[in-house]
Design a protein around this ligand. Structure first.
Ligand code: SAH
Length: 238
C-alpha cells in the first residue's frame, strides 16, 4: 500500500493558499488562464458530456468544476482538506451539479473503484509527489478499458528551469517562489515511461506556451516547458 506517497510540505504550501483558489488574479492565476485550453483539449479527445470523470489532485476545483459544467459527472480528490472545502463551497455557490469531492489518495481509490471512470485527469500535480509513477499507475487502474488518462506537468531542462522557475517564480511573480522544485520536474520521456509501465498507450501531447508580452498561454507542439499528455487504456482483445 502506497499511502505515504505524499509530501506534507507540498500539501502545506497549497493549504496555506487555499482561500486564494478562485482569485483570478492571485497565486493560482496561471491555472485559471490555462483552464479553458486544457478543458477544450480534453473535451476534443474524450467528449465530457455524460462521462464519469475523476480529477486527481483537484485543488480548489478549477478543472473539476469546468468539466462538470461541460456535463461530466466529476469526482475531485485531493489530500489537502482546506482546498477541498473551498472547492465544495465554490461548487455550491456556483450551483454546479454532478460534482463531488473526497479526501482520499489516488492509490486508495484505485483499490476501491477500479475501472470505474471514463476519464481520469491529473494536472499540475505529479511534480509535487514523491512517487509520480505510482500516481500514474493508480490513474491507469481507475480508468476503464478504452478510457483516457490526461496528465500535465513541467519538463525538466535548462529552458524550463529558466522559464518555469526563474522566470515564473522570481522574475514575473506568476506563481509563488518555491512552488516548483527542479529535481521533481518530469521529462516527457519519463512520463511516457510511467504511462507504458502502467499499461497505458500514449497517444497525444501538447505544450502550453506562455507569452510574457501578451501574458497569455496557448497550445502548441512545443513541450519544452509546460505540457500535457493523453494516454489511453487499451481494450483487452476478445
Ligand atoms: N489539479 C489542479 C491543482 C494543481 S495544484 C489544477 O490543475 O487546477 C497541485 C495539487 O496537488 C494541490 O491541490 C495539492 O494539494 C495536490 N496534491 C499534492 N500532493 C498530493 C497527493 N499526494 N495526493 C493528492 N493531491 C496532492
Amino acid at each position: 500500500m502506497n499511502a505515504a506517497n505524499v509530501d506534507q510540505a507540498e500539501l502545506a504550501k497549497f493549504s496555506a493558499l487555499a482561500h486564494r483558489w478562485w482569485d483570478l488574479d492571485g497565486e493560482f492565476a496561471p491555472l485559471h488562464q490555462i483552464n479553458p485550453l486544457r478543458l477544450d483539449w480534453i473535451d476534443s479527445i474524450s467528449p465530457l458530456s455524460g462521462q464519469r470523470v475523476l480529477d486527481v489532485g483537484c485543488g480548489g476545483g478549477i478543472l473539476a468544476e469546468a468539466m462538470a459544467r461541460k456535463g461530466a459527472e466529476v469526482l475531485g480528490i485531493d489530500l489537502a482538506d482546506k482546498s477541498l472545502k473551498v472547492a465544495q463551497l465554490h461548487a455550491l455557490e456556483a450551483e454546479v451539479t454532478g460534482l463531488s469531492y473526497r479526501q482520499v489518495a489516488a492509490e486508495a481509490l484505485a483499490a476501491e473503484m477500479p475501472g470505474e471512470f471514463d476519464a481520469v485527469t491529473c494536472m499540475e500535480m505529479l511534480e509535487h509527489v514523491p512517487d509520480p509513477a505510482a500516481i500514474v499507475q493508480a490513474c491507469a487502474a481507475l480508468v476503464r478499458p478504452g478510457g483516457w488518462v490526461f496528465l500535465s506537468t513541467i519538463n525538466r531542462n535548462p529552458k524550463s528551469f529558466l522559464l518555469a522557475i526563474v522566470g515564473a517564480e522570481y522574475m514575473l511573480g506568476l506563481v509563488p517562489r518555491g512552488t516548483h522544485e527542479y529535481a521533481r520536474l518530469l521529462r516527457p520521456s519519463e512520463l511516457g515511461r510511467f504511462c507504458r509501465e502502467a499499461g497505458l498507450d500514449l497517444q497525444h501531447s501538447r505544450g502550453l506556451q506562455y507569452n510574457p508580452l501578451t501574458q497569455r498561454f496557448r497550445l502548441s507542439a512545443d513541450t519544452s516547458v509546460n505540457y500535457m499528455v493523453a494516454a489511453r487504456k487499451p481494450v483487452p482483445a476478445a
